[in-house]
Write a protein that binds this ligand. Structure first.
Ligand SMILES: Cc1cc2nc3c(=O)[nH]c(=O)nc-3n(C[C@H](O)[C@H](O)[C@H](O)COP(=O)(O)OP(=O)(O)OC[C@H]3O[C@@H](n4cnc5c(N)ncnc54)[C@H](O)[C@@H]3O)c2cc1C
Length: 501
């Protein structure tokens, strides 16, 4: 039998898919994306990505393109109806551990355009538009997938199929994977506007916790601003979409003439997680695997993290450097993080969505008291480290996020200095390791970043650190121990069979 058409076939051409395709191709996999639409989805959805996600875009060459149309905001405030601060997420415009501003306000179609531009330049990855997924079947060594195309039904064969086909995910349905519904279901009206007079608009992101009309007001990419209004019991989507109704909703913001409406849409904000993210040769990523209400701005972010986690693993497998069972570490590493971001969004959503005046007054009382006592969960959100998967358990720092240090005074970021592979970083002779770059701090000129890494090693009482390509720490220890443990961990994953279930 001939070889499959590609290593990885991705259904869907959204941001998760394109980031995954770029990452996997850069790590050696051949990738085909099949997308049912002719072009990217033109209307804005995500308004925010965090510093770690900007680093992921940097790893595929798209960060500068994304940054060119994004902007920052100093904080994200949850306010009472009369303007008192219930909760403040501070430092959003400061550089985060990922080496980019903690919060980046974006326009999703512009972000997707920057990713697609990189895809067009990427060897080993191609996009087929107007190819709509119909069904798949799995054989011993491949998946055969059928698509409806302008030229009739066509098939593609691949070693792995990834459904990055959004919340409704036909791939998830065809694979008969169930969903865990976390019981959040609120209807909101989303209004995106083009800005003509930025001076008349808020400069920070706001949640107005007014039981009379819970409202979100956030910056987007350069030249755009968003409002979201909760649809109240008794109101219908048709009613709130009327222009006169929207004009009435915007009245308190006094922005007539400062903005024009770009689009209006009603969304139901849900929280759901697929029970299985891998079934044999079929994987799910992005909204196909998990959906979150948007209050924490983490949906697209979670999909990008899936892509970063899965991309290097698929590349290693395609290159013959790892067994397919390495993919079993994907869900165990990603799901706790995705669930934590969803829980954060649900917490924020429940805070905002209170429409009973008595319950809202009690919420205000408790949150104002917590803030006065200094026990409010302010600051930047903290999400869990990896505790099980492709890490060296028990070694200091294993599973934590390795920061991207920036070299002074040139401002060159660490990943641009060291490249896309994993890194074995230490101060003495370092053993050769397939697919991992060795970085000897005694001989490599990393400028001020060397001092930052030495500080990191000192804080973890370690001689060396092995950093995975997705910039999570595999483990710390002596260089020889780390090299042996990395190879043993890959061998251990090969003990499990790929399976078709
Ligand atoms: C109002 C709103 C605000 C949001 N705000 C934020 C935010 O601030 N920050 C954030 O991180 N996220 C946010 N999100 C979430 C974010 O938009 C999504 O998480 C993100 O778009 C998911 O990307 P994806 O690639 O996984 O899926 P999608 O973007 O949905 O892409 C899936 C693709 O699959 C294609 N497809 C579907 N069926 C088929 C088929 N049969 N064959 C072939 N292709 C198919 C679709 O056409 C689509 O192109 C927000 C969402 C909404 C609605």
């Amino acid at each position: 039998m001939s070889a499959p058409d590609c290593d990885v076939l991705i259904v869907g051409g959204g941001p998760t898919s394109v980031t995954l395709a770029l990452t996997a191709a850069r790590h050696g996999a051949s990738v085909i994306i099949c997308e049912k639409e002719a072009d990217i989805y033109p209307l804005p959805r995500a308004a925010h990505v965090d510093h770690e996600v900007m680093r992921i875009f940097q790893s595929v060459g798209a960060a500068n393109g994304v940054a060119a149309t994004s902007r920052t905001s100093a904080h994200y405030d949850f306010l009472t109806a009369d303007g008192q601060i219930l909760l403040r997420f501070d430092g959003s415009d400061q550089i985060g551990p990922g080496g980019w501003p903690a919060a980046n306000m974006i326009h999703q179609p512009s972000l997707e355009r920057a990713l697609r531009d990189k895809l067009a330049e990427q060897d080993g990855a191609t996009l087929r538009s107007l190819w709509a997924f119909e069904e798949f079947e799995t054989q011993d060594d491949r998946v055969t997938v059928r698509f409806r195309t302008p030229d009739g039904v066509q098939s593609v064969t691949a070693k792995f199929l990834v459904g990055a086909d959004g919340a409704r995910s036909p791939v998830r349905a065809a694979a008969t994977i169930d969903i865990d519904d976390l019981q959040f279901d609120e209807p909101w009206l989303v209004i995106d506007t083009i800005v003509h007079d930025a001076e008349r608009l808020p400069k920070v992101n706001l949640q107005i916790c007014d039981p009379a009309r819970p409202t979100t007001c956030v910056l987007m990419g350069e030249g755009r601003h968003r409002w979201e209004f909760m649809i109240l019991p008794g109101e219908t989507p048709e009613q709130v979409l009327e222009d006169a109704f929207i004009e009435h909703l915007l009245e308190p913001w006094n922005v007539k003439g400062a903005v024009t409406l770009e689009r209006k849409a009603v969304y139901r904000f849900n929280a759901r997680v697929a029970k299985s993210w891998r079934k044999g040769r079929v994987l799910l990523a992005g909204d196909a695997a998990h959906q979150t209400p948007p209050f924490a701005g983490q949906g697209l972010c979670a999909g990008s993290r899936d892509a970063a986690n899965l991309g290097w693993k698929l590349g290693l497998i395609a290159s013959g450097d790892a067994p397919a069972s390495l993919l079993d570490t994907y869900q165990m590493e990603r799901e706790p993080h995705a669930r934590a971001t969803i829980q954060m969004a649900i917490m924020m959503g429940r805070t905002v969505c209170a429409v009973d005046p008595a319950a809202a007054a009690e919420r205000d009382r408790q949150m104002l008291a917590a803030r006065a006592a200094g026990t409010s969960p302010d600051g930047q959100a903290r999400y869990p480290d990896i505790t099980a998967g492709m890490i060296l358990p028990g070694s200091a720092g294993a599973g934590t996020y390795f920061p991207q240090f920036v070299r002074d005074p040139s401002h060159i970021r660490l990943d641009d200095l060291l490249g896309p592979e994993g890194w074995l970083i230490g101060k003495e002779d370092l053993p050769e390791l397939s697919g991992v770059r060795t970085v000897n701090l005694n001989t490599e000129d990393l400028g001020s970043a060397s001092g930052d890494i030495l500080d990191w090693l000192y804080r973890h009482s370690a001689d060396a650190v092995l950093v995975r390509p997705d910039r999570y720490v595999f483990g710390t220890g002596s260089p020889a121990e780390l090299a042996a443990a990395w190879q043993a961990a890959l061998a251990a994953t090969s003990a499990a069979s790929i399976g078709t279930e």
